[in-house]
Ligand binder design. Sequence first.
Ligand code: FES
Length: 183
Amino acid sequence: EDTTGHPITDEGVRRRDFIHVATGAFVGVGAAAAAWPLVDQMNPSADVLALASIEVDLAPVAVGQAIKLNWRGKPVFVRNLTPTEIAEANKVPVSDLRDPQTLAERTKEGKANWLITLGVCTHLGCVPLGAAEGENRGDYGGYFCPCHGSHYDTAARIRKGPAPKNLEVPEYAFTSDTRVQIG
Ligand code: FES
């Protein structure tokens, strides 16, 4: 049982260990590749999904790279921002933003380079581009949603197009300098 009294099932443990990277590589814990189709077929209950969190080793993600993970059936984008991208995000007057938030408010203290958001467009839920190498990152260098043309900046804030809100920042915490637990 975990601290909330829920039993930790095999499915829950496997799901927590699952990490998919858009580049086709796997980072972090083992047995993940084999577990995914199983978990998919088993269609784990909502209870199991609610418990699932993933822990990711970010050490392989170089400055300027972004990766895509799956968490609770949703894409999560993790981006290691370059100093230029951080400067770009910080120079925008917050009052000019549709959904006003600073980069600092969207990242953890001392870790402003790690931008972690859901990969779900806040317009109608498409998966924006920009997490994989060479994908269109839009006019503001962050993410671009091809469905109806929403452009997100280097803090994943909505800057142009129909989306009303910034890409959502999920609940997460750093468990060490390079490891992060999402959920
Ligand atoms: Fe992204 Fe419409 S779903 S712009």
